[in-house]
Ligand binder design. Structure first.
Ligand code: NIG
Ligand code: FE
Length: 416
C-alpha cells in the first residue's frame, strides 16, 4: 500500500508511547526516538514511521516524497488550556502589574477578567471570530494543531453562547482542531455581585442544560480561587455539569490553594489546571485520583511570580502532567507554545522528553482526544510538526525563537 506523502531523512522523530492512558510519573521519561526517520501518510492519517530508507511497498507513482534533511518531527503540539475568544486586550493594566499591583487586586478593582468581560460583551460575533482566527494563525505557526478553548468572558447566556459558537465555527473553518469548554464560572458578573447564588443557579439551571442541548461544549471548567468561586461552589457547578454528561476541568491552586484540588479528586475531573500553589497533600490527592496536572508556566512568568508549579515533585508522586499556554489577555498574553515548553525546562526543570510527552500524548488525554491524536501510532491523524533542529533536545534548549518550519494537519501542509 503506497503512501500519499513520505517525509524522509528526518534527523530524529519523537514518538510518544501511547499506553492507553496518560503517562504517569516516571513514564513521562519514556519515548521512542527514531534516527534518520521517515513518516508515511495516507488519507490524512499516519501509515507508519521508521528509520532509514522507507520500504519499497510504501512508494508508488502517486507518492510525494519530501526531503526533511535538517529537521526533526513531533506529533502536532496540543495546547490544552486557552481562553481563545475575547474582546479587547489589557496592556493598559500592564504598568500596574509592573508596579506590583496583584492580579487579584486588579480584579477586585473591577479590572482584570471583568475588564475583558465588558470588551467581549461589546464585541460582535464577527469581531470575536476575526480576532480568534488571527490568534489561531499565530498559534499554528508555532507548531500547534489542536487547541482547547474556554468561554468565560460573557458571563451571560447571550455572550457565552456567542463565544462557544465562534469556537464551533472556527473548528470547521481553521486547520487547527478546537475542543470547546464552557466556563461561565470564570467570575461573578457585575450585575450579580450582590447575588452570587443567583448566578450559580442561572448557570446550573439555565446555561448548562442549554450548552448540553445545543452541543456547544465537551468540557465544563470553573475558576476555583480566592475571591472568585469557592471550593463548595465549584463542586456544585461541576457536579451539575457532570450529571448532564459534560467532562470536567478545574482551575485549581492558581494563586491560593483553597480546595480546588479536593473538588478535582472528589469528582474525578479529567484535569486540574494551573497548580502553581499546589501543596504536598494536594499533589498526593491528584496522584491517587489520577487527575492530570495541566501546568501553565507562562502564567507564572506573566504574573511575575517566582513560584512555578512543582512539576518535578508532581512527577515524583506519579502524576501525569501536561503544559499549555493559558493564552488570554490578562494572565498570559501569548500564542507561542514553544516558549511555554521551554519554560517547562528552564523554570520547572522538566527534561525535553518529559516536556514533549506533556504537550503531545498527555495533552491528548487532557482534551480526551487520544484515540486520534498525540502520537504517531498507525491510524491516528497525520498532525505533524517539523522543527529546524539537529535533535529533539534542541527546540527546548534554543529558546524564545520560533524553530517550526512546517506543520501538517490531517496530512495537509498548512504551514511552510
Ligand atoms: O487562567 N484564571 C482564570 N482565568 C485566566 C485569566 C483570565 C484573565 O485574566 O482574563 C487564567 O489565568
Ligand atoms: Fe486559565
Amino acid at each position: 500500500m503506497g503512501a500519499d506523502k513520505l517525509l524522509i531523512h528526518l534527523n530524529q522523530i519523537f514518538c510518544p508511547i501511547d499506553k492507553g492512558h496518560p503517562l504517569y510519573g516516571a513514564e513521562m521519561s519514556e519515548a521512542t526516538i527514531i534516527e534518520d526517520g521517515y513518516i508515511a501518510v495516507k488519507d490524512g492519517k499516519i501509515l507508519s514511521v521508521g528509520s532509514g530508507e522507507p520500504p519499497k511497498e510504501l512508494i508508488c507513482a502517486a507518492t510525494e516524497q519530501i526531503d526533511c534533511t535538517g529537521k526533526i518531527a513531533t506529533p502536532g503540539l496540543i495546547d490544552s488550556h486557552t481562553h481563545l475568544v475575547y474582546g479587547g486586550s489589557r496592556e493598559h493594566e500592564f504598568a500596574k502589574k509592573i508596579n506590583g499591583v496583584s492580579y487579584l487586586d486588579i480584579l477586585k478593582q473591577g479590572g482584570g477578567i471583568l475588564n475583558t468581560v465588558n470588551a467581549t460583551r461589546a464585541a460582535s460575533y464577527d469581531n470575536l471570530y476575526q480576532k480568534s482566527e488571527k490568534l489561531l494563525d499565530k498559534m499554528i505557526i508555532h507548531g500547534v494543531t489542536t487547541v482547547e478553548a474556554k468561554s468565560g468572558y460573557g458571563l451571560n447566556w447571550e455572550v457565552e453562547k456567542r463565544q462557544l459558537e465562534v469556537v464551533k465555527a472556527l473548528n470547521t473553518a481553521h486547520p487547527i482542531d478546537l475542543v470547546s469548554t464552557f466556563m461561565a464560572a470564570h467570575a461573578v458578573p457585575p450585575e450579580y455581585q450582590a447575588d452570587r447564588e443567583g448566578y450559580i443557579t442561572l448557570m446550573i439551571e439555565e446555561m448548562l442544560p442549554k450548552v448540553k442541548a445545543e452541543n456547544l461544549a465537551e468540557f465544563c471548567d470553573v475558576f476555583c480561587e480566592e475571591g472568585v468561586f469557592t471550593a463548595a461552589e465549584s463542586h456544585q457547578i461541576l457536579a451539575a455539569a457532570k450529571a448532564l454528561g459534560l467532562k470536567l476541568k478545574i482551575h485549581a491552586d492558581e494563586i491560593e490553594p483553597i480546595g480546588g484540588v479536593d473538588v478535582a479528586a472528589a469528582l474525578q475531573t479529567t484535569s486540574a489546571e494551573h497548580l502553581m500553589a499546589a501543596t504536598d497533600e494536594g499533589i498526593k490527592k491528584m496522584s491517587q485520583s489520577k487527575v492530570i496536572g495541566n501546568l501553565l508556566p507562562g502564567t507564572t512568568f506573566s504574573l511575575m511570580k517566582d513560584t512555578y508549579a512543582p512539576a518535578k515533585k508532581m512527577m515524583a508522586e506519579g502524576m501525569a502532567l501536561t503544559l499549555s499556554t493559558d493564552s488570554n489577555p490578562g494572565s498570559c498574553p501569548t500564542a507561542n507554545m514553544q516558549f511555554i515548553m521551554q519554560l517547562g525546562c528552564f523554570a520547572m526543570q522538566m527534561t525535553p522528553i518529559q516536556v514533549l510527552n506533556a504537550v503531545t500524548i498527555n495533552a491528548a488525554y487532557c482534551v480526551d482526544q487520544a484515540t486520534t491524536i498525540g502520537s504517531f501510532d498507525k491510524g491516528k491523524l497525520a498532525d505533524i510538526t517539523l522543527f529546524d533542529a539537529p535533535n529533539i533536545d534542541y527546540p527546548l534548549y534554543f529558546f524564545a525563537t520560533n524553530l517550526v518550519t512546517d506543520v501538517y494537519k490531517n496530512g495537509q501542509l498548512v504551514v511552510k
